[in-house]
Design a protein around this ligand. Sequence first.
Ligand code: BT5
Length: 272
Amino acid sequence: MFEIDLQETAIIPLLHTQWLGKNYIYLPEIGSTNEYLKERAVQGNIPTGTVVATDFQTQGKGRLQRRWEAPPGTSLLLSLLFRPAWLAEQTNWLTMIASVAMAEAVEGETAVPVRLKWPNDLVIKVENVGHKVGGLLLEGDVGADGRIRSVVLGIGLNVNIPAEQLPAGVTPPTSLLAVLGRPVSRQALLVDFLQRVEVGMATAAAGQSPQAAWQKRLITLGQNVQVTHTGTKQAISGVAEGTNALGHLLVRDGAGRLHTITAGDVTLRMKT
Ligand code: BT5
């Protein structure tokens, strides 16, 4: 049995946004909210700011054909549609804005500090090790002119997954329930998150990068890391020194060369 907390009637009256989530769609079950929204966006008859939420995904996706697993009724599983007048490389800002918004929403509801692991993980530190509590998946439709036609931002947050039902993951997973020992309202988190994303989008629309607020939360910085580039599969080891305004990671290798990593997976290495 699903709770009614994510249904339209439970969310819409609480949502004090101007445009984000004004078209809010709840589906009890779907393959993937990202796939659903991408299809609808290509058909073109759906407004920017549309939000899709579900209680269960049969084909939940991570990046690179990976899976996102969550037992029914336990998580936030959302996709948001944007059509920003930005260049393609700026779409990272959406991930940055949404990561910070969800971190702030969780902290507002639970007081559990949420950190970020580059590029797209929400983590909670347990005994100084980052445990993955959520992940983001950005999928864009870019025109030949390099401008964005539409972008779907997916986010999964482990809210009330019991510790024994957490899926296996490379980064150890956790949930708010596992950390706090009590369930947390998905409804409150969702509403707070959407309101914060809308504020973040307004700042970004004025041309200001979300880098500062986002970078502050990164557990990756100052660490010895190994980064595997998504496209080339090339691995670079070095110290993660910082980020740039587009959210790329700056890694200095042993020979002193600085690499700008646009997309990849990071493994934190123990300091020697
Ligand atoms: C991500 O990918 O972290 C992006 C996840 C995005 C999920 C949302 S849910 C709503 C929307 N619709 C979708 O279909 N997807 C989005 P990545 O960095 O590639 O991490 C995937 C890896 O995380 C998997 O290979 C597992 O190791 C691990 N994993 C899977 N489910 C997890 C969970 N619930 N909690 C923690 N880790 C998990």
